[in-house]
Write a protein that binds this ligand. Structure first.
Ligand code: NAP
Ligand code: MG
Length: 402
């Protein structure tokens, strides 16, 4: 078979620890034999970030703006322990945070659904994708402990000095107070990322806030979504046969539990933080969760939702066998390759991405899987494979499909 060619490069962001090991295995076994892989390589491994004063992270994000599509391996976010372990010059920021700040996007997380790994919620048949607004609200909140009786106010001072004032509470004793903000520009780009991604996936978009109680703050989210939808997306949604559905957050939660899945759920920052953990654990395993950053300008960065699987890496370094699940990392590659294929009108590349995903799913459904899945599967007669042999089994299945 002739290898599939790629006209435009993908931005490849390599990473750390166990996922870096898997990254190379995936390329060797599942990509290079079938594709003339055309990537612009950036090493986001912590050692190289440290050597370049983290410039490599910025460069990789800029390259994503140039080429439109990136695939990223999990990376270490340094903490005090990592400062010593890697002898770092500085406690470099989270690469994902840096990339998101440059691309200004929304993160969409989707579970990979396979037979034999059943969601805890019986009626969930299709994946539920969570889109989390990643700016503001309680995450940029300012708080005070109120020691004793006194008055608390919100004060806005315009540039010309005029003031708006609102009493929060007349305290008669000790208490607490919190100030939150968001900005219209961020809500607008969140809305556009969500509408674009819904069109991309041909799935309905749900959005929910508590606008009945929060008549200005949450209501502004509702209004901005509706205005942008009516002005820019209504016709496109009609043409695609999909729906934008707004409801109250408590109603949304109740409906999600009764639904069969298969839609995108846009969440305010806190709701997304909480609900994404609920949805991912209910679908089975963090190792089966994909993640894509979609910018309002139409740049895409694909990755696995899990981290570098440090505990397995240390076993690997000691020469012990590991059984680390590579599926979410493989799906990061297939997501990026399919998008590259779409943008370049390269049908062969998109088809290959589909087939590689099918091969992953078929391999698991035939009972061959890594330990994390073996622990939760409803299948019988399961074969637990190590990291390398699991990828080799996927290759066998892939060769049968191709
Ligand atoms: P983690 O790497 O997601 O792993 C936590 C645990 O979840 C693992 O120890 C393992 O459980 C299980 N797990 C996760 N992925 C798995 C896989 N593919 N196959 C099998 N089991 C899997 O989270 P962490 O240990 O908290 O973080 C490690 C490093 O990753 C940190 O330095 C953190 O900064 C970084 N991180 C990066 C990203 C990112 O780049 N997007 C995201 C999160 C964390 P068992 O040990 O029980 O087998
Ligand atoms: Mg959370």
């Amino acid at each position: 078979m002739e290898k599939i060619k790629m006209a435009t490069p993908l931005v490849e962001m390599d990473g750390d620890e166990m996922t870096r090991i898997l990254w190379q295995m995936i390329k060797d076994e599942l990509l290079n034999p079938f594709i003339e892989l055309n990537t612009e390589y950036y090493d986001l491994g912590l050692e190289h970030r440290n050597a370049t004063d983290d410039q490599v992270t910025v460069d990789s994000a800029e390259a994503t703006k140039k080429y439109g599509v990136a695939v990223k391996c999990a990376t270490i976010t340094p903490n005090a322990a990592r400062m010593d372990e890697y002898d770092l010059k500085e406690m470099w920021k989270s690469p994902n945070g840096t990339i998101r700040a440059i691309l200004d996007g929304t993160v969409f997380r989707t579970p990979i659904v396979v037979k034999g790994i059943e969601p805890c919620v019986r009626n969930w048949k299709k994946p539920i994708t969570i889109a989390r607004h990643a700016y503001g609200d309680v995450y940029k909140g300012v708080e005070m402990k109120i020691p004793a009786a006194g008055k608390c106010e919100l004060v806005y001072t315009a540039e010309d000095g005029t003031e708006m004032r609102e009493t929060i509470h007349n305290f008669t004793g000790a208490g607490i107070v919190q100030g939150q903000h968001n900005v219209n520009a961020s809500i607008e780009s969140f809305a556009r990322s969500c509408f674009n991604y819904a069109l991309d996936q041909k799935q309905d978009l749900w959005f929910a806030t508590k606008d009945t109680i929060s008549k200005k703050y949450d209501h502004t989210f509702k209004d901005i979504f509706q205005e942008i939808f009516d002005a820019e997306y209504k016709e496109k949604f009609d043409a695609a046969g999909i729906e934008y559905f707004y409801t109250l957050i408590d109603d949304a939660v109740a409906r999600v539990m009764k639904s069969e899945g298969g839609y995108i759920w846009a969440c305010k920052n806190y709701d997304g933080d909480v609900m994404s953990d609920m949805v991912s654990s209910a679908f089975g395993s963090l190792a089966m969760m994909t993640s894509v950053l979609v910018s309002p300008d139409g740049y895409y960065e694909y990755e696995a939702a899990h981290g570098t699987v440090q505990r397995h890496y240390y076993k690997h370094l000691k020469g012990e066998e590991t059984s680390t699940n590579s599926v979410a990392t493989i799906f990061a590659w297939t997501g990026a390759l399919r998008k590259r294929g779409e943008l370049d009108n390269n049908q062969a590349l998109s088809d290959f991405a589909d087939k590689l995903e099918k091969a992953c799913i078929a391999t698991i459904e035939s009972g061959k899987m890594t330990k994390d899945l073996a622990l939760i599967t409803s299948l019988e007669n399961v074969t637990v494979l190590n990291s390398e042999n699991f990828i080799k089994e996927i290759r066998k299945t892939l060769e049968e499909i191709l």
